[in-house]
Design a binder for this molecule. Structure first.
Ligand SMILES: NC(=O)c1ccc[n+]([C@@H]2O[C@H](COP(=O)([O-])OP(=O)(O)OC[C@H]3O[C@@H](n4cnc5c(N)ncnc54)[C@H](OP(=O)(O)O)[C@@H]3O)[C@@H](O)[C@H]2O)c1
Length: 259
């Protein structure tokens, strides 16, 4: 299927590796002019080079912290009028809510709620004026089924989800959609860090925790970032203008509910 994206411009945040990178690669493969963002410049530069080589498209990059105003200004100065915006940043650390200070909460809100909202605020009206726009927020399966030790993530991302639910209904008449992508367990560095933290807490080998999760996973595997990127590209596509305000759970069937 031709996704009808050739020549569109996309800003993909948190994209030097993992799920963001997979979204950038899938979009570039469809002929999208992609600019990727992450803090670490070297890994980001290499990612841009690799995605450029495999897609044959020029890939821009901006090394900045997207959770800061300065970082967002730098990213948007490089690509001021994106047609596609993928918001993403690192997830907050796991822990016990008794240990979290106000500053911990503010950092989680900045990264996983306020930064996406600020980026949407800066780009949505341009999309509306051009009669095409796709916003994809990478959130988490934890929005639908909370993960105990990820309370900062559960809380901050739910705030974004609630906000987007309202806004999405006002933009769709202009062919501008806003959807959230909810990863379950995907094979990335973030997942490894989560298993390592759990293993330290439970005093077990990281491999043991991973094997336990795999044994319980209906798919008996974790997701591949390329699978996530493909879903992102479809929701960004010309064919997805009637899908908005949705929370697409990609977890290999792990969520046990009927809906
Ligand atoms: N993988 C999973 O199983 C899973 C499950 C549920 C939710 N999630 C969530 O999905 C998101 C992506 O996860 P992932 O597994 O792809 O993580 P990852 O492999 O750790 O990659 C995160 C990417 O975001 C960049 N990044 C982090 N903080 C940033 C910031 N402040 N500004 C700009 N770039 C930033 C990182 O580069 P730099 O560090 O160089 O900035 C990196 O490129 C995270 O929020 C994660 O919590 C993942």
């Amino acid at each position: 299927m031709d996704l009808g994206l050739r020549g569109r411009r996309a800003l993909v945040c948190g994209a030097s590796k993992g799920l963001g990178r997979a979204c950038a690669a899938a979009l570039a493969a469809e002929g999208v002019l992609v600019t990727i963002v992450a803090r670490g410049e070297e890994e980001l530069r290499l990612a841009a080079h690799d995605i450029g080589c495999s897609s044959g498209m020029p890939v821009g990059y901006v090394a900045c912290d997207i959770t800061t105003e300065h970082g967002r200004s730098a990213a948007l100065a490089s690509l001021p009028h994106p047609d596609i915006l993928v918001t993403n940043a690192g997830g907050p650390p796991p822990g016990d809510f008794r240990d979290w200070s106000r500053d911990d909460w503010l950092a989680a809100l900045d990264a996983n709620m306020l930064a996406p909202i600020a980026l949407i605020r800066s780009t949505l009206d341009g999309m509306i004026n051009r009669r095409f726009g796709r916003v994809l927020n990478i959130t988490s399966a934890a929005v639908k089924a909370p993960i105990g030790e990820l309370g900062l993530s559960n809380g901050a991302r739910s705030g974004l989800t609630g906000f987007v639910a309202g806004l999405a209904r006002t933009a769709v008449r202009h062919n501008v959609t806003i959807n959230n992508l909810l990863p379950g367990y995907f094979e990335t560095d973030r997942l490894k860090a989560l298993f390592d933290a759990r293993a330290r807490q439970a005093d077990i080998a990281p491999e043991a925790g991973r094997e336990d999760e795999l044994a319980q996973a209906p798919a008996r595997r974790f997701g591949q970032p390329t699978e996530f990127g493909a879903a992102c590209a479809f929701l960004a596509s010309a064919h997805a203008g009637y899908i908005t305000g949705q929370n697409l759970l990609m977890d290999g069937g792990a969520y046990p509910g009927t809906f």
